[in-house]
Design a protein around this ligand. Structure first.
Ligand code: UGA
Ligand code: MN
Length: 333
């Protein structure tokens, strides 16, 4: 009889110990899972997103009557360390069409993740579009909203390509001359796709930096050619005798460098806008280009359009062996 009481006691104590351990291990598992979830968030990005979202929360508490929180005053006041960063001036031409707000929304969300940025948005229109103004206001970004319609002579043109976004970009350049002193300018069309890394890299441009642009022509990419770490030409599907056969999204310019060249402007010459502008930066030669994106082996910006792109053509490996193009080709579809 005494023995069975002892046995019951031992079984009871063992069961209690097992249950207690099970409880402990569950608690441990839960804490591990949440730690892991947290770790999954890229620390850098979550900090950026916090920077973006915190002011919205703050203002929506203090300003409950408006449908959109009035964010201008509170948003993006840069932290002290951000003020030290050279400012980035993003010049974006845009025009009224069904995709406009979608394109600008997407681009604005990219720019909201970039520090010390100033967005110069210029509409090809005779008056500012209210919806664009509202969109810009909503972002909380530092911005300037301007207009610069395409001259009538080009607008009326029935045949052939038009100089798209040229009057807008020249207006943006004028704004830079009137308002900026240092930092870097970049022409960011509203329909492209930008990797955040691009903004980190172009921010330190001394004169003119260049880098590959994906989804350009049938080659799939437009890029300076780099051989043994040195610039050795351009790879572009449309050379057309251009001195700088590059895309608008493939270069950035130091503001100080631009200010020293008061005549630099973009020509109303379809297909030759980039070349004309870069040539107007003289004295400036292709050898002076600062090569970014890991010596042009990475694609950090894509010329996305609302159409399907064909796979890139095969690379002439005999011709481009030992160049960056071999690595670029591995990225392409
Ligand atoms: C390509 C280049 O990427 C452009 O930078 C260049 O200006 C253009 O070719 C050209 O050479 O004409 P693409 O994608 O073909 O650009 O042109 P879009 O994206 O249609 O236009 C370029 C920029 O200008 C966009 O930001 C667009 O919003 C703006 N745009 C376009 C206008 O402001 N007005 C227009 O009538 C058309
Ligand atoms: Mn485009």
């Amino acid at each position: 009889m005494r023995l069975s009481i002892k046995m019951y006691l031992i079984i009871f104590i063992s069961a209690s110990v097992i249950l207690y351990q099970y409880h402990l291990s569950n608690a441990w598992l839960i804490s591990q899972t949440s730690t892991q979830d947290f770790r999954v968030l890229n620390a850098k990005n979550s900090e950026k997103i916090r920077n973006v979202t915190t002011p919205f929360n703050a203002s929506s508490i203090s300003n409950t009557n408006t449908s959109y929180p009035n964010t201008t005053a509170l948003c993006f006041q840069p932290k002290n360390k951000d003020i030290d960063l050279p400012p980035l001036y993003i010049i974006t031409p845009t025009y009224r069409r069904p995709e406009q707000l979608a394109e600008l929304t997407r681009l604005s969300h990219t720019l909201m993740l970039v520090k010390n940025i100033f967005w110069v948005v210029i509409e090809d229109a005779v008056r500012k579009t209210q919806l664009v103004t509202e969109l810009l206001e909503k972002t909380g970004l530092k911005y300037e909203h301007l207009i610069a319609p395409m001259p009538e002579q080009y607008k009326k043109k029935k045949k052939g390509p038009k100089p798209r976004g040229v009057s807008n970009r020249n207006r943006g350049l004028k704004w830079i001359r009137d308002n900026a002193k240092n930092g870097v300018l970049y022409f960011a069309d509203d329909d492209n796709t930008y990797d955040l890394q691009l903004f980190d890299e172009i921010r330190y441009t001394k004169r003119v930096s260049m880098f590959p642009v994906g989804l350009i022509t049938k080659l799939g990419v437009s890029s300076p050619i780099v051989k043994n770490g040195v610039f050795s030409g351009f790879y572009d599907g449309w050379m057309a005798g251009r001195k700088f056969p590059v895309d608008m999204a493939g270069f950035a310019v130091s503001v100080r460098f631009l200010l020293k060249r008061p005549k630099a402007l973009m020509p109303f010459k379809p297909g030759f806008e980039e070349d004309g502008f870069l040539k107007s930066l003289e004295p400036f030669e292709p050898q002076d280009i600062e090569l970014l994106a890991s010596n042009c082996t990475k694609i950090l910006v894509w010329h996305t359009q609302t159409k399907k792109n064909e796979p890139s053509q095969p690379l002439d490996f005999a011709k481009y062996n030992n160049t960056n193009l071999v690595m670029l080709k591995q990225i392409l579809v």
